[in-house]
Design a protein around this ligand. Structure first.
Ligand code: COA
Length: 404
C-alpha cells in the first residue's frame, strides 16, 4: 500500500496525527491530551502519514521563540514524531522529517529544536546534541545547604488562575538570560504548565503551585507533586519538582530550600536541570544529588547564515568552515564565520564538520574544541577550533526546563 505524507488541513486531523506517538505512551490521545498541542500548532505544521485513510505516522512543530546567546530566535519545536509499530522501518519517519524540515525552511524559521526519545534517531537528519540535562534524587536527610541563612521570603500555595501572572512574571525575567528557554503564552502556561488533569498525575497527588515573594514582589515559584508512600510506619515518598525557578540568586536558594523542607517525604526529585545549576554549590553535599546526566536539547540549523546571524558573535579573526549537510544541502559548502556572521566563501577551509556540529555549539553547550577532540570537527588548520569558539561564545549552560 502506498503511504501518503501530507500536512493536516483541519484542527480535527491533529489529534489523529499525534496518535502514532501516543501508541508508545500506552493508548490513544484523549481530547485533553490534544489540548496540549492544538491551541499552539496550526494544522499546516502537523504532518500525517496515511495508508488509505488510516494515519500510521505523524509529526508536528511548535512555533517557538527560543533564547539563544545574546537574544532569541524563531525556532520550530519538533514534537510528537511517531510511526506505528506495524509500519516501522519502511522510511516513513525519514519522509516525515523531509516534509517537516522543508516546511520549517519555507516558513523562515532558522533552527529546529527537539528533545529526543532516543539519542540515535536525529543525528541523521542534521540535529546535533546541544545541551546536557540532569535528573536529581536527593535524600532530604542529605539536603542541608552549605551556608546557613534565614529566608526573608513569603511562600503561598496558589490556585491555577491566580498563579498564572506571577509565575509568568518570574519566568520572563529568567528566560532571556538562559539559552534554551522558550517563550510561553498565557495559554501555554495554562494548558502545559499550570493545569492539573487527573491523567497527568501518574499516581502522584495534585499539582502544587507555590509562589515566593519578597515584600509582595514575586521572585520565585515551584511546581511540584507529592508522591506519598508509607512503608513500615515511615515515609518512602518523595516530592517531584516539576519546575523551581528563582529570578535572583537569593530566590533560587529560597525556593529550593522550600522544596527540600517539605515534611514527611524521604526524597526530592527533579528532572531536566542544567549542568551549571546553583544546587551544586548551594548543597553542602552535592554528591548526594546523584546528578544523572543525559542529552538535553538537540538543535538543527535549518538556515545556516540566518541562524548564526541571530546568535551573539564574539571577537576574533574569521574562520573558514567547510560544512557537510546531506539532508539540507542548501547549507552545505564553505562558510566564512566572522564577528559579522556567516557568508559563503571560496577560501580554503580551516575547519571541516557536519552540520550537526554547528547545532551542538549553537546554544553554547559545547565547543568546537570539544568536538574536535571527539573527531566530530576536523581542525584542518591548527588553532582554528579555538578561534571559532571565540566567535561563537557561550554564556551559561543551555537550559530548557520543560520537555515539549
Ligand atoms: C523512531 C520512529 C519514529 C522511527 O520511525 P520509522 O518510520 O521506523 O523510521 P524510518 O524507517 O524512517 O527510519 C529512518 C532511518 O532511521 C533509523 N531509525 C529509525 N528509528 C531508529 C531508532 N529508534 N534508533 C536508531 N535509528 C533509527 C532507521 O534504521 C533508518 O535508517 P536507514 O535509513 O539508515 O535505514 C518510530 O520507531 C517510533 O515511532 N518510535 C517510538 C516513538 C518515538 O521514539 N518517537 C520519537 C519521539 S522524539
Amino acid at each position: 500500500m502506498p503511504i501518503d505524507i501530507a500536512a493536516c488541513s483541519a484542527p480535527d486531523d491533529v489529534l489523529s496525527a499525534i496518535a502514532p506517538v501516543w501508541h508508545y505512551f500506552g493508548g490513544a490521545p484523549t481530547p485533553q491530551d490534544g489540548e496540549r498541542f492544538t491551541p499552539f500548532i496550526e494544522p499546516s505544521r502537523v504532518f500525517a502519514a496515511r495508508e488509505n485513510d488510516a494515519v500510521v505516522g505523524g509529526c508536528a512543530s511548535f512555533p517557538l521563540e527560543l533564547s539563544v546567546p545574546g537574544g532569541a530566535v524563531s525556532a520550530a519545536g519538533i514534537t510528537v514524531v511517531g510511526v506505528l509499530p506495524t509500519h516501522r522501518r519502511r522510511g516513513i519517519m525519514r519522509r516525515l522529517m523531509r516534509a517537516q524540515l522543508d516546511d520549517v525552511h519555507a516558513r523562515g524559521e532558522s533552527i529546529a529544536v527537539l528533545w529526543a526519545s532516543e539519542d540515535t534517531i536525529y543525528g541523521q537528519f542534521g540535529y546535533g546534541m546541544a545541551s546536557v540535562s540532569g535528573n536529581i534524587d536527593v535524600p532530604r536527610s542529605a539536603s542541608a545547604f552549605a551556608q546557613p541563612f534565614e529566608s526573608r521570603g513569603a511562600f503561598r500555595i496558589l490556585g491555577e488562575a491566580e498563579s498564572a501572572a506571577p509565575f509568568a512574571n518570574v519566568y520572563e525575567r529568567v528566560r532571556l538570560s538562559h539559552p534554551g528557554m522558550i517563550s510561553r503564552s498565557a495559554d501555554w502556561w495554562r494548558l502545559r504548565r499550570l493545569t492539573d488533569p487527573e491523567n497527568r498525575r501518574k499516581g502522584a497527588g495534585e499539582l502544587n503551585r507555590v509562589l515566593l515573594s519578597y515584600d509582595g514582589e514575586p521572585m520565585g515559584y515551584a511546581l511540584y507533586r507529592v508522591h506519598q508512600q508509607l512503608e513500615g510506619g515511615t515515609t518512602a515518598g518523595y516530592v517531584n519538582v516539576i519546575e523551581a525557578i528563582g529570578a535572583s540568586p537569593e530566590a533560587t536558594r529560597d525556593i529550593w530550600r522550600f522544596v527540600f523542607d517539605i515534611d514527611w517525604v524521604a526524597r526530592v526529585k527533579a528532572m531536566v536541570l542544567p549542568l551549571d545549576h546553583p544546587l551544586f554549590f548551594l548543597l553542602a553535599r552535592p554528591r548526594e544529588m546523584k546528578f544523572l546526566i543525559h542529552d538535553g536539547l538537540w538543535v538543527r540549523l535549518v538556515d545556516l547564515p540566518a541562524a548564526l546571524a541571530a546568535r551573539r558573535r564574539g571577537e576574533g579573526d574569521p574562520v573558514v568552515i567547510e560544512v557537510a549537510d546531506r539532508f539540507c544541502p542548501w547549507n552545505a559548502g564553505r562558510w566564512r564565520l566572522s564577528t559579522a556572521g556567516a557568508e559563503r566563501t571560496t577560501a580554503a577551509a580551516e575547519l571541516a564538520c557536519d552540520v550537526t556540529a554547528l547545532g551542538s555549539v549553537y546554544l553554547g553547550g559545547f565547543t568546537f574544541r570539544q568536538l574536535a577532540l571527539a573527531g566530530r570537527v576536523n581542525e584542518v588548520r591548527a588553532g582554528a577550533a579555538a578561534r571559532a569558539d571565540a566567535l561563537l561564545p557561550a554564556e551559561c549552560a543551555p537550559w530548557c526546563p520543560e520537555i515539549f
